[in-house]
Design a protein around this ligand. Structure first.
Ligand code: NOJ
Length: 487
C-alpha cells in the first residue's frame, strides 16, 4: 500500500515515464520544466550555501580489526548479548573502509559540496593514548585525497562515540584523564589533517553519548550512573571539548576553524507569539545548560547548579576557562522539536510534552517538527551572537523497501526533508547565519542500538551485497543542490 502510494505520488510529480527503471537515475524532468522551475524558484538559498551529507566512523566503516585499530566501547557493547537490536554490530557496517571510493562517487553524483565524516579514535591511538598507529591515519589520508579530487570539502568530527575500550577500562568519561587524552588525540589529528581539513568538530552530540550511554545504559558503555556520576561525565565531556579546541588551535595550520556538533534541545515556541518565543529562548539556554550553554558561556547557569545541588559537577576555574574557549562555528544536529510555552513559574517557561498521537518517523523518538530547524539556529545566534552555524545533521528513519523495479520510493523522507528545508530557508531568509546543511545520512548504516533495521540513508544499502541504490530522497536532494533551493 505504502509503495503503491509512493509510486503514484512519484508519477504525479515527475510523470509516469519517470517510473521506468532508469528514470530515477536521470530524474527525467524535461528541460523545459527545469527552466520553468528554476525561473520560478522563490526559495533559493544564499550563494555558496554548503550542501552536504554526514556519516560517522563506527556506523559506516566496518574493518574493525584491520590495520591496527584497537577495540572501541561500541565493539564491546554491540558484542554483548541483548544490547542491540537483532544483535547487530558495526563489524562490517557499510564496509566503507574498503568502499570509500565508491562512496565518494555517490557523493559526487549527488553534487555534494561537502561531506562530514568522523575519525575513529581507536584507529589512530589503539590504546587511546601513547603511540599513534600511522596506518589508522592513512585511511583518512586516502579518503581525504579522494574527496578533494572530487571537489568535495571535508568537515571532520573527532569524536563520534567510538571511545577506545582501553580508556573505558580506566574509567572512560568518568575520569578526567579521558578529557586530556582526547585533547592529545585531537591535536595530533589536526596537525596531520589540517593541510586538507579546514573545519574540525570536537564532539558529536555530547548530550546523547553521556545521557544515553552513562545514565540510561542503552548505548555504550551501558552504564546507569547516579546523578552525580552523570554530571561529572558530562563535565568531562565539555572539558574534553574545550581542551580539544585549545589543542587543535595549537597544532593545526593557521586558518583552521574549530567547533562542535551538538544536538541542542531544539526549543520551539508552541505558538509563535512574543511571550512563547521569549519562553523558548529561556528554555533553550536552560535545557542545554550542561552542554551547549556552558560551552558558549564558559559557566554553568545558576539554575543548573541549583537544580543539581549536591550532585552538581566538581570543577575548577581553569576547567571553566577551557570549556568556554571561543569556537569559530556551532554545528547543530536537528531532528525532534521540544515544544515550549510561557509559564508563570520563576523559570518563565514550561515544556509541552507531546501526546502519544504526535507524528513520528520510524524511530519513535523522531517527532516530525520542521520548525525545530528554524528555531534552533535562530535561538543559538540570538543568545550567543554566533556568526557561523551549520546544521551538522538532519534526516529521518523510514521503513524503506527496495521494490522489484530496483527503486526505493521513500516519500515520507522526501516529505520530511522538504518540510525541514522549507523552515531552514525561512531561517536563512531572516539572516540567521546558517552556512551549510548536512543530511543524515549519505547511506543506510549502523543505527547504534537500533542496528541496521532503522534506515536513515538517502542511499539504500543492501547489507548482504553492499550494493548502494539512490532512494527517491537522493534524487530530491540532488535537485535541491542543483537548484540551490527548493523549487
Ligand atoms: C545523531 C547521531 O549523531 C547519529 O550518529 C545518529 O545515527 C543519528 N542522530 C540518527 O539517530
Amino acid at each position: 500500500m505504502q509503495n503503491r502510494f509512493s509510486r503514484r505520488t512519484f508519477a504525479r510529480l515527475f510523470g509516469s515515464a519517470a517510473l521506468a527503471p532508469t528514470a530515477l537515475t536521470n530524474l527525467a524532468i524535461p528541460a523545459s520544466a527545469q527552466t520553468a522551475q528554476s525561473a520560478s524558484a522563490t526559495r533559493s538559498f544564499p550563494q555558496g550555501f554548503l550542501w552536504g551529507s554526514a556519516t560517522a566512523s563506527y556506523q559506516v566503516e566496518g574493518a574493525v580489526n584491520e590495520d591496527g585499530r584497537g577495540p572501541s566501547i561500541w565493539d564491546t557493547f554491540s558484542h554483548t548479548p541483548g544490547k542491540t537490536n537483532n544483535g547487530d554490530t558495526g563489524d562490517v557496517a557499510d564496509d566503507h573502509y574498503h568502499r570509500y571510493k565508491e562512496d565518494v562517487a555517490l557523493m559526487k553524483a549527488l553534487g555534494l559540496k561537502t561531506y562530514r565524516f568522523s575519525v575513529a579514535w581507536p584507529r589512530v591511538f589503539p590504546q587511546g593514548t601513547g603511540t599513534p598507529n600511522p596506518k589508522g591515519l592513512d585511511f583518512y589520508n586516502r579518503m581525504l585525497d579522494e574527496l578533494l579530487a572530487a571537489g568535495i570539502e571535508p568537515y571532520c568530527t573527532l569524536f563520534h562515540w567510538d571511545l577506545p575500550q582501553a580508556l573505558e577500562d580506566k574509567g572512560g568519561w568518568q575520569s578526567r584523564d579521558t578529557s586530556e587524552a582526547f585533547a592529545n588525540y585531537a591535536g595530533y589529528v589536526a596537525q596531520h589533517l589540517s593541510d586538507r581539513v579546514k573545519h574540525f568538530m570536537t564532539m558529536n552530540e555530547m548530550s546523547s553519548f553521556v545521557d544515553i550511554g552513562y545514565r540510561d545504559g542503552r548505548h555504550a558503555p551501558g552504564l546507569k550512573l547516579p546523578p552525580a556520576g552523570v554530571n561529572q561525565v558530562r563535565h568531562h565531556a565539555v572539558l574534553a571539548h574545550g581542551l580539544g579546541v585549545q589543542a587543535i588551535r595549537a597544532h593545526a595550520k593557521p586558518g583552521t576553524k574549530v567547533g562542535l556538533a551538538e544536538n541542542a534541545s531544539a526549543c520551539v515556541p508552541v505558538i509563535e507569539t512574543p511571550e512563547h518565543i521569549a519562553a523558548a529562548a529561556k528554555a533553550y539556554r536552560e535545557t542545554n545548560a550542561g552542554y551547549l550553554t556552558v560551552v558558549m558561556e564558559g559557566k554553568y547557569t545558576d539554575a543548573y547548579l541549583a537544580h543539581h545541588g549536591a550532585a552538581a559537577p566538581k570543577f575548577t576555574a581553569a576547567d571553566m576557562k577551557a570549556i568556554g574557549s571561543p569556537v569559530d562555528f556551532v554545528g547543530l544536529n536537528v531532528y525532534t522539536p521540544s515544544y515550549v510555552r510561557a509559564d508563570s513559574s520563576p523559570a518563565g517557561f514550561a515544556m509541552v510534552h507531546p501526546p502519544a498521537s504526535y507524528p513520528h518517523m520510524m524511530s519513535k523518538w523522531l517527532h516530525v517538527g520542521p520548525e525545530a530547524i528554524y528555531w534552533s539556529p535562530k535561538l543559538a545566534a540570538q543568545l550567543w551572537n554566533v556568526k557561523e552555524i551549520y546544521i551538522t545533521e538532519n534526516g529521518a528513519s523510514s521503513e524503506d523497501v527496495l521494490t522489484p523495479d530496483g527503486h526505493v520510493y521513500d516519500s515520507d523522507r522526501v516529505m520530511y526533508l522538504r518540510n525541514y528545508l522549507t523552515q531552514l530557508h525561512r531561517a536563512v531568509s531572516e539572516n540567521v547565519p546558517v552556512r551549510g546543511y548536512f543530511c543524515w545520512s549519505l547511506m543506510d548504516n549502523y543505527e547504534w542500538a537500533d542496528g541496521y533495521a532503522y534506515r536513515f540513508g538517502i542511499h539504500y544499502v543492501d547489507f548482504k551485497t553492499q550494493k548502494r541504490t539512490p532512494k527517491m530522497s537522493a534524487h530530491f536532494y540532488r535537485e535541491v543542490i542543483a537548484r540551490n533551493g527548493l523549487a
